[in-house]
Design a protein around this ligand. Structure first.
Ligand code: DMJ
Length: 637
């Protein structure tokens, strides 16, 4: 029907409503709709309904557990730095410095929710790649960043375990027998731990139980993590699978204690990183990165120099109470993060780890150093050195080690690390190195200009370090450094040889007519430490002088005689007594370092070749970076 348009006439709607009535009706309808929709959000538990209306927030398993609280990047800073180090971008926040990287844009979950242990284990199981292929896209149980494991392996110059074809100067059978013996010791150490203390941090072989300690913030299984790569290397396959299964099922990161930044880094992060690079198993990469994130609040200080202790629950940090004035950071602790943190960035695509340690490096590069020496304590608040105590042993040691190893790990592109290492070594030689009346070369400790003519067992790693660094020194110094390395290692051997047990004391002195011996009972203990055999291993690889294998074998014999107990290995309280008094602890570094270095000493040079790998200070092998981006400024390492 055609309706004629008559001026002044307003047609009625099909329902017979006029325009004002229609307007009122629509207003009523829209009000009703708003009321109903809003009511959904007022229901006591509306989460299910919300799911229909709100976009889900995806949370890749494996990124949980970043604490929120004081000191956490998502929370307000505890201390507001005048010139703060770049704050850690929280998972989910874009790191401005890495916007150019398309990989970063894949995104991190914004607010991680804690995952329960079972979920974590499931995620870990489903993420284990079983051979390390390339994960193209984030999936359940994986990280939102892929690492090309096959490409990495193809860049290695040697098979990881070597070719085992080349001969050595000794009859093969003797070397093999000795290597097998060391393998048996590892098997015994592992099985004892498994039997009496599986999942605890350390085995107590006398009481046949486990020990948790308070260094790791509530984390468990330090021995498992520290043993993974040694088991792999020795081809203890069943034991390796046991260790891996424990990590998948039982290594939980939702812990809430106070942890040592240094110890967690060198043992847990180092152990997990190595296990990943050796096997390509995703579970190790994922857990290393998650744990690395938990350490970041330690860096929330005015200077960016981290404090030694981080609280996993609150995200706060503090210095060790026993340090000078209770407020110092320790050179060997904050100076021994570089290798692992660069690898965390490499494997996660998250640059925050690398930025943290590069900042430390820059800070140390610029700061005034007394006579070119680095004191052991610094204030993370003012950035000033505290006391002038310098040591290549405890408190200082691995800082120097990480300089030369950063250079090597960067495929010799990190010239800053190289320069700092040789400058530091020159200062050490000028002010600390001495020769005793009996002709023994040692590195003394320096206290504001006065020397303590003492060397700690820990300082005995320096023979190996100086040997390792000798090859890249200025040409006219290479032979000198090789000789210095050999002399220091010889001195450390003397400290073993002059004891009744042929094991070395915790510290030994050069005064009052005594040389290379401890002068008091409190320094006469041996706790299964690795530093002396570590130097034997490097010196062997450099010189192939059979004396180093002989000295290494002396240690094996002594360990068997004095440290082996019915239920594992234990330290002894007095190396000068041939009746051993055991200390009831099988240290994790005995499996990570001492036995690994001994095994390598009796292996071919291409097993974990030094062309491909550097060892962190807990002897966990980390690969030299030869990725395409290395050396073009784009590489992380
Ligand atoms: C290990 O944890 C590391 O080698 C560290 O650098 C020093 N102390 C122990 C072994 O003695």
């Amino acid at each position: 029907m055609l309706m004629r348009k008559v001026p002044g006439f307003v047609p009625a709607s099909p329902w017979g409503l006029r325009l004002p009535q229609k307007f009122l009706f629509l207003l009523f309808l829209s009000g009703l709709f708003t009321l109903c929709f809003g009511a959904l959000f007022l229901l006591p538990n509306s989460s299910r309904l919300k799911r229909f209306f709100l976009a889900p927030r995806t949370q890749p398993p494996g990124l949980e557990g970043v604490p929120e609280g004081p000191g956490h990047p998502l929370a307000g800073e505890q201390e507001s730095p005048p010139n703060p180090a770049p704050a850690a971008p929280a998972p989910g926040e874009e790191d401005p410095s890495s916007l150019a990287s398309p990989r970063r844009r894949k995104g991190w979950a914004r607010r991680p929710q804690p995952t329960r242990p079972r979920e974590e284990a499931t995620a870990a199981r489903s993420s284990s790649s079983g051979g390390g292929g390339r994960a193209e896209a984030p999936q359940e149980g994986s990280l939102p960043f892929s690492f090309d494991f096959h490409a990495f392996r193809s860049r290695l110059r040697h098979p990881v375990l070597g070719t085992r074809t080349r001969g050595s100067e000794e009859p093969q059978s003797l070397v093999q027998t000795r290597r097998e013996k060391i393998k048996e010791m590892m098997q015994f150490a592992w099985q004892s731990y498994k039997r009496y203390a599986m999942g605890k941090n350390e085995l107590q072989p006398l009481t046949k139980d486990g020990y948790q300690g308070n260094m790791f913030g509530g984390l468990s299984g330090a021995t498992v993590i520290d043993s993974l790569d040694t088991l792999y290397l020795m081809e203890l396959k069943e034991e390796f699978q046991e260790a891996k299964a424990w990590v998948e099922e039982n290594f939980h990161l939702n812990v809430s204690g106070e942890a040592s930044l240094f110890e967690v880094n060198i043992r847990y992060i180092g152990g997990l990183l190595s296990a990943f690079y050796l096997t390509g198993e995703e579970v190790f990469r994922m857990k290393a990165i998650k744990l690395g994130e938990k350490l970041l609040p330690a860096f929330n200080t005015p200077t960016g120099i981290p404090k030694g202790v981080v609280n996993f629950k609150s995200g706060s940090n503090r210095s060790w109470g026993w340090t000078t004035t209770g407020s110092s950071s320790i050179l060997a602790e904050f100076g021994s993060l570089h290798l692992e943190f660069l690898h965390l960035s490499e494997l996660s695509g998250n640059q925050v780890f690398a930025e943290k340690v590069r900042h430390i490096r820059k800070f140390l590069r610029k700061i005034d150093k007394p006579f070119g020496l680095y004191p052991n304590f610094i204030s993370p608040v003012s950035g000033n050195w505290i006391q002038h105590h310098v040591s290549v042993g405890g408190l200082g040691d691995s800082f120097y080690e990480y300089l030369i190893k950063s250079w090597l790990m960067s495929a010799k592109t990190d010239t800053e690390a190289k320069d700092m290492y040789y400058e530091a070594l020159t200062a050490i030689e000028t002010h600390l190195v001495n020769v005793s009346p009996g002709g023994l070369t040692y590195i003394a400790e320096w206290r504001g200009g006065n020397l303590d003519h003492k060397m700690g067992h820990l300082a005995c790693f320096s023979g190996g370090m100086i040997a390792l660094g000798a090859e890249d020194a200025e040409e006219d110094k290479r032979a000198h450094y090789r000789e210095l390395a050999a002399q220091i290692t010889k001195t450390c051997h003397e400290s073993y040889d002059r004891s009744d047990t042929k094991l070395g004391p915790e510290a030994f002195w050069f005064n009052s007519g005594k040389e290379a011996v401890a002068t008091q009972l409190s320094e006469s203990y041996y706790i299964l430490r690795p530093e002396v055999v570590e130097s034997y291993m490097y010196l062997w690889r450099q010189t192939h002088n059979p004396i180093y294998r002989e000295w290494g074998w002396e240690v094996v014999m002594a360990l068997e005689k004095y440290c082996r107990t019915e239920a594992g290995f234990a330290g002894i309280q007095d190396v000068y007594s041939s009746i051993p008094n055991h200390d009831n602890k099988q240290q994790t570094f005995f499996l990570a370092e001492t036995l690994k270095y001994l095994y390598l000493l009796f292996s071919e040079d291409d097993m974990l070749s030094l062309e491909d790998w550097v060892f962190n200070t807990e002897a966990h092998p980390l690969p030299v970076n030869r990725s395409d981006s290395a050396g073009r400024g784009g590489g992380h390492l």
